[in-house]
Write a protein that binds this ligand. Sequence first.
Ligand SMILES: *Cc1c(COP(=O)(O)O)cnc(C)c1O
Length: 409
Amino acid sequence: MPENTTPRPHPETIVTHWAEDPRRYLGAVVPPIFQNSLFTFKNSADRAASCVPIVPPFEEGSDGETWVPHHGYEYTRVSNPTTDITEAKIAALEQGARARCFGSGMAAISAAILSCVKAGDHIVCVDTVYGPTRTFLSSYLPRFGVTTTYVDGCEVQEWADAITPATTLFFLESPSSVVMKQQDLAEVAALAKAHGITTICDNSWASPLFQNPLELGIDLAAHSATKYLGGHSDIIAGVVVGEDARMQRLLTDEGCLLGAVLDPFAAWLLLRGLRTLPIRMERHQQTTQKLAYALHEHPKVARVFYPGSPDDRQLALTQKQLRGTSGLLSFQLKDASLEAARRVVDSLKYFAIGCSWGGFESLALAMTVPARAIDEAGNSARHLLRLHIGLEHADDLWNDLDAALNFMG
Ligand SMILES: *Cc1c(COP(=O)(O)O)cnc(C)c1O
């Protein structure tokens, strides 16, 4: 193994210590919430010296004086010390140079996309992408002369075939969040690089714990931090991570101009959520793997959609690019009707009915997808049950699921 003299700490250590300097905050072990819009200065000269665009967060140099000279903060739409800590941790977890938090996952995703396109450009996007991302690409961007082609995306050749002279962006989401389809991130990134095309990957499903798109050559990783990064179903937040120059442009333009910043209190809650990200993901994975196998064996179940499960049709890719799996899975009943799916959802006790995921609590939803999304022929829709497996005990969740499935008769 090549020796690295300054190895980046492991995720558990990053969420605990990275980018924190309690000396700056009277020794407070939890960084304060800087719930202020602006920052003031000792005098005009200090302000002028401090007006570098955005300083890297928490460089050494605080000498314990109450007045920190050249603090580099001016206005919270540009930067905020609480948010900076959160961003530095997420950048480190995601193996990127820089992260920028946004007021929601959609604010992060739309900002990342807008940073890559101009009038006349063409985007190639995975067909199973998150619904509102698709609406942004299909209904909103055409107003500015930007068009999108959708590909199933499982084969790299489909991406190659969709490239036109105007293509500037590939948008990936792997695994996707209803049928958990994956794209080969390294191969698609290599293809994009060869054509001067930028790549963005929505990495919300795997979280930075189990997949790092940047390491595989993707240019920008985006997250709905509302999901696993926050983890407590109490904030709406988003984040984009990438290398320095690209992130600096995104910060100055889409970040500061469009201004969809994360509120400092939400950034603080996100920081609090991150503390337990590694142990939460470990437990989500452990319980969900158990349930995916049990569902696969269940006589009422036709097919399970979960990377690494016995029904995984992309197992080689799962083993190649995912280090672990999260708590979101879907399954199809042998009774393919929407009524059957709804009956199961409605008779669950511990699973709340709700559309989000990534929090501590288990959720269930009957969902409808086009047949092509699950590689079945025909035009009719298919009904799935999507589950988010929370942090409850696996046995309680399985007993609940088994009872609901058997209740169907
Ligand atoms: C929820 C979600 C988003 C959007 O995030 P918000 O925080 O709700 O704006 C984006 N991508 C995926 C895969 C999601 O599940």
